[in-house]
Each structure stands twice: as C-alpha cells, then as structure tokens.
Unconditional design. Sequence first.
Length: 636
Amino acid sequence: MCGITGYFAYTTQAKTNLSKVTQSTQKLFLRGPDSGDIFMDDSCALGHRRLSIIDTSTGAAQPMQDASGRYVIAFNGEIFNYQQLSNSHLGDVWQRIGGPRTTSDTEVLLYLLISYGEACLNWLSGFFAFAFYDRQTGELLLARDRFGKKPLVFYEDDQGLAFSSEMKALFEYGIPRKLDYDVLHQYLQLNYVPQPQSMIQGVQKLRPAHYLKIANGRAQAQQAYYAIRLEKQRYKDLDYVEAQRQLVEKMDDAVQERLIADVPLGAFLSGGIDSSIIVALASRHSQKLNTFSIGYKDNPFFDETHYAQLVATKFRTNHTVFSLTNNDFLEHVQDVLDYIDEPFADSSALPVYILSKHTRQHVTVALSGDGGDEVFAGYNKHAAEWKIRQQSLANTMVKAGLPLWNLLPKSRNSKLTNVFRQLHRFAEGAQLSLKDRYWRWASYNTSAAVSRLLHPQVAAKISAGRLLQEKQQLLSFLNNGDFNEVLLTDMNLVLLSDMLVKVDLMSMANSLEVRSPFLDHKVVDFAFSLPSSYKIDSRLKKKIVQDAFRQMLPPELYNRPKHGFEIPLLDWFRKELWSLIDTDLLQKDFVASQGVFNVDETELLKKKLLSNNPEDSHATTWALIVFQYWWKKYLS
C-alpha cells in the first residue's frame, strides 16, 4: 500500500511541471511513511511513497525499473496472486534475465505489463492503482482495480496530464482550483461526491476497472477491462445448499489469499456478521490472529464489543478493545477534517479514523468486512425496497399514512422519532418510480432543498441538464426490476464513492492497509451469478451469507439490530461543536461574504438543529462543516 503521483508533459513549456513531482510526492507521506523516491526523464515524472508490506527490502522500492531501464512503474496496492502469475506467465522472462531481483508483487506486475500490456489486468487478483511508463515509446498507462478500492485522480489540459492518489498531491502541480457547482449540488444531496466527478472543475477520478493510456503525446479514451455481467439467463443452476457451500469455499480462498504479508497483520472485529466471518475464516490459517474492536463508553446502545468478544473467544484471537468516550472522538474531529482534501461527509469516517489509528499501533495490515452489505443486500433500505415490491396491506397502510408522518417529529435521536423517520421515508419512496426511489433513499436532501441552500447566484449556475444526465448514468443499471440491479447500483455509487473512499482515506491517514475479502472479484462474480432470492426475502437480509456461516458463528450474533458506526452528531452540534458552527464555519457574516450558500437557509438550519424536530439537519450541517473547512483550506 502506497501513494503515487506523476506528470506527463505534452509540450516543451509544460516540462517545468516535472520538477513539481517532489513536493507532490511529499504530500502523500502518510500513505507511505517507510520510504519515497521519484523518477524523471524528459517527458514524464513519477513519484512514490512506500508503505512496505510485501518484500520490505530496499530492493523493492519504487518507482521500480526493469533490468534494461526502459520501463518504470509506480504502484499502489497489492496483487495477491502474484506468485502464481509469476510461475505461470513469467518463467521464460526470469530465465532470460537471470531471475527476479526481489520477492515483491511490484516486480511481477512490472514484467507482466512489459510482456502482455493491459491484457494482464484481468489476471490480477487484488486492488491497485498504478502508472506504467515506457521510456522508449513515450507511452504511459494508468490503471485502477475492478471496484475502485484504490483511488486515482487526474487533471488534463493542453499542456499535460497530472495524476495522484490524492487531490492534495494533485494541487502541487498548480492546477486551477475552480469549484464545480453542479458537483457541489450532488454532494449536498448525497454527502459525498459521486465518481468519476470531483469538486474541482477538470479533475476526474479514473473509473474502476478501466485504464487510461497516453500515446503519441495525448491521452486516449478510458477503456474498460472488466465489468460485472448482470443477466438473468446467466444465473447459476445451483440449489441453495450448494450455493452456500461454494460461497464458504470462495470466501475462505479470498481470506487466505489476503493473509500474505511480511509485516504484522490483524482484522477489524465489530461484532457484526461480516467482520466475524472474516475472523472465523482467517483463524483457520493464522495462529493467534490479532483482532481489534472499538467500544462506545458513553453510548452503550451502539457498543457491540460484547458480540465481538464472543467471536474472539470462540476463535481464540489476540483481541484488543479500544473503549472510547465521546471526548476521545471529539479530540479527532480536527484530524479528520484536516486530512480530507475533497468534501466527504460520511460522519462514520470519524470512528473509522480512530479504529485505524489505534489498530496501526499493533499491526500494519487489517482485514475488514467491507462490501458484504452492498454485494449481498445487507442494508435496511434493501429490506424496504423488497417490501415495497410485495403487495401487502401493511404497505398500503404505511403509504396512506404519509400525511401523518409528515407532521410527526423525525430524527435519529430517539427510538420513537427514528421509527417516524423510517415510516416517512418508506411512504415517501413508495410513491416514486424505482429510479427516483433509489435516488431519494440514497440522498439526505431533495434537489429543491439543495437549491434553496445555495446562494441564488450559485443556484443560477447549476446545469439541470447535466445533473439529470449524471443521475441517469449513476442509475443506468436500474432497468428491468431484478433486485440484483439495486445491488449493482450500490456498488457503483455507495460502495465506490462513499464506503471505499471512507476506508481508504481514514486508514491511509494512519498508514494502515485494509484488505476486504468480500470484494475479491471471484466472490463478487459469484454473488451476481445468484438470483436475488438467495440474498434477501421476508425473513432475512444478506440471507445466503447469514445461512452459510450460521454453524460457524456464535448464535448470539443473529436476530439482533444492525448498528454500524454511529456518532452522536446532533448532541455535539448542540453542545461541544456549537461554537465551530455558530462562530466559525457557519458564522452568519462569513457565509454571507463567501457567497456560496444562502445565509438565510444556513441560519434556519442552525435553528432546526436546536428544535424538537431536527430530522436529518445534523447530516446536512456536517456536510456544510466539511465543505467549509475544505473551502477555507484549499479555495479561499
């Protein structure tokens, strides 16, 4: 796991940008604190920061050149099947050059690219973003893993192309910092920026499962090398019991593959089904596995360390619990805001940051259960969507109650008001088409509410046509009503732009590598070859996952509410963080002079926070706080 950056100059004038790779590389220090170096020739510069995982010797440092010096690679990620690929595809190469110089996956990838070009991308099992440069032809290849676990942002103009693992490093090349108001509008709906867009005009994210080639001095169109195929006629003819058996087998292979490391390794253990499965399988192949949980001293409702301990005891792991108070969380708000280099307002980033920080004191690599909910239908919204598709008296009654739900107080602040909130969202969604319902449930705010929140002059700049086009692209898989289309849309929106961004940002801020067996492409391909009835029904969300591992896990893990990472934002905004809102980031005069938001609406939002019916005002407030902090740091 590392950080990469680089610049390719199209013109003589642009070659002055090549030297900027040095400070750009330094901006990625936390992604790779072990070492760093750069490569530079007449047209291309590559920078690399290294977090040593496989072959920690200096010989495996990057940017890495082949024996001839013609080819160079800067690589971020892990290729878990590199030894098999080395044996099956590079035997003649090693014989010709006298064998590999290292035991690293980087060198294997370098020679695969030399020998097979982009054709080898589909052979790779792992996660990655890399730049591969041919000094002789002047061609540069950028590529990203199948599901977008590792980031790669880039900016191209007539002078050249700059790229990096993070936006903060991209800024070092002097790219224009102009706010994209259409993307701001989407951000205020979703609380994150949907890829491949960014908050800065002209900056894009390389699409997952795509590569971008620069040849003849110009970037070509991005090309896909992999896609999940969603066709009912391809569903495997497996009975449910056999499907469970194969899922356990594929998950076990994925976990075992991700135990490869030359540094200390452990696993996150939340007490939920997904992380418990990972620990159960990893314990088959690792003696005294290190496991880590986060506890909530001041919020026992969200504390699941009891369940995590049951799993740790059953599988005899070396278990560590980080039991934290609200003050422990509050102390790190500034750290999280400071690391974010593009607005990202999933507030669960804070506990992920703290878990990563404490875990890094013990290990360098951690396995996680990320991806299980999106691939196998584990969210409450999946249960709601399934219910809406059934014709029932209960559905009719909830839909008919919409006028009442509109009137009742709605918030996550208590069990009763949260029930009202869920009933309102269900009834609201039931009135909409599939695509509009999905978008509404993915959003915190309607388009109209966002337009009111923006300064009138900014709202006037919003392109309704572009917003519609982007929305249609994001929802393009929702066509025929098959429930698997909902899950694939989740993977291309929520997983890609929210969940994976969160884990990458917060783990890399603490120099920790996180590996996700549920996102092994063989597991994902298998999941999407199964009918959705194997994943969700009236009884269970994530049905096949729960049933396949039921005999393996403690029974107490079943039939209990799913909590996830929650933090008491509303309470903080009303108390400890009120001054950050009222006298700093959303201070009335500052908002008015900034000219991005409608000061009347931000003042109303602050009043709603303090009211008896706050609804989701805390989520919108957090989105504004994150944006304002970022705007002050990078744009003001």
